[in-house]
Ligand binder design. Structure first.
Ligand SMILES: *Cc1c(COP(=O)(O)O)cnc(C)c1O
Length: 341
């Protein structure tokens, strides 16, 4: 066993086939034992429920090497729980938490040579997902399902330094009230593709989605939650039933309160307030926090005081503290860092 010969620091966020993936099948009302396989391909019936009706949900987390040389994952129990709530909403069977955590252990151990070394900034991205696999033509849930975890090494998010993002207020909606915005369903991403391609064509990095009912409140982007910082250093994050509960955002809220002693407000955030904030960041597993420098609302620009060259001071402290906790240089709250055995 030896680390793969990869230029870790120059990897992008792309798919690279690794040696093993985990597979478990659900049939006759039960999950099988689950196994590792070298086969990266999935063969499905032409009428499988996922292909016809998008019955699929997923998760995303990272395995990486700490300063002490341990391979760890960050809060995988929360991914397991979130996948259960996604599965319920899509009428899929729950993949049990203990089985999920065991699958993560197995698949990372099997791909140990693909886990980037400490200091490279790269990580092994883990993608658990589940889909309805048997043939369904009348609209109803599948009878059979497959749960898989694929792994792929991904490079440092801030390659060549931090570059604050420019985002636009989006005219399309991401999630309806009482819809599926709060679960990690593939369908939420399929319908976001039109908006993100259009945003990129117009020179924006991301879309800021507003609440679909009133279009007055900030929700999130296509794949990350918002954190704002007020001019008097309060952390503010939008609360809504149609936002995906980001594990990074929930962790940063705890870091802000318990490590940095900051006041945090989780509440509805009106778009009208955004012009008064000092800092804005997007939180998710990939970047932890990406600073936002500019928000454009149909030609009207909001330039955040933090600017277009670096993270604002509070965003930076939050980023450094959480990444320090993840990498083992700052003591973690109980249960946040799970070692691969
Ligand atoms: C996955 C996801 C996030 C980020 O969640 P993390 O658990 O922090 O990675 C935020 N918004 C949406 C819509 C997502 O799908």
């Amino acid at each position: 066993m030896a680390k793969k010969d990869i230029d870790w620091g120059n990897l992008s966020f792309g798919y690279m086939e690794t040696d093993y993936r985990y597979v478990s099948n659900y049939k006759n009302g039960a999950w099988d034992e689950g196994t590792l396989t070298k086969d990266a391909n999935v063969v499905l019936n032409e009428c499988s429920c996922v292909l016809q009706y998008a019955q699929t949900c997923f998760e995303g987390l990272k395995a990486y090497t700490t300063k002490e040389g341990k391979i760890v994952v960050f809060r995988p129990d929360l991914n397991a729980e979130r996948m259960i709530s996604s599965a319920k909403r899509l009428r899929m069977p729950e993949f049990p938490k203990e089985k999920f955590l065991d699958a993560i252990q197995q698949v990372v151990r099997a791909n140990e040579d693909w886990v980037p070394p400490y200091g490279s900034g790269a990580t092994l991205y883990l993608r658990p997902y589940m889909f309805g696999s048997d043939a369904i033509i009348g609209v109803k849930p599948a009878n059979e399902y497959q749960f898989r975890v694929l792994t792929t090494p991904v490079g440092p998010y801030f390659k060549g330094g931090v570059k604050p993002l420019t985002i636009r207020v989006c005219d399309y909606d991401r999630a309806a009230p009482h819809g599926t915005g709060n679960v990690k369903a593939g369908l939420n991403y399929a319908m976001s593709l039109y908006a993100i391609v259009e945003a990129h064509e117009e020179g924006y990095d991301e879309n800021m989605y507003l609440d679909a009912a009133t279009r007055t409140k900030v929700e999130e982007t296509g794949g990350a939650n918002f954190l704002f910082v007020t001019k008097d250093n309060k952390v503010v994050t939008p609360k809504s039933d149609s936002i995906l509960p980001s594990i990074t955002r929930r962790s940063l809220v705890q870091v802000a309160r318990d490590y940095l002693g900051l006041e945090v407000e989780e509440r509805e955030v009106y778009f009208d307030e955004v012009k008064d904030f000092a800092e804005c960041g997007l939180c998710g597993t990939a970047a932890v926090i990406s600073p936002v420098g500019k928000i454009v609302d149909h030609g009207k620009e909001i330039a955040l005081p933090a600017g277009m060259t670096e993270m604002g001071p509070v965003t930076k402290k939050l980023y450094e503290t959480l990444t320090g906790i993840q990498m083992g240089t700052i003591e973690a709250p109980e249960g946040w860092i799970v070692e691969i055995k």
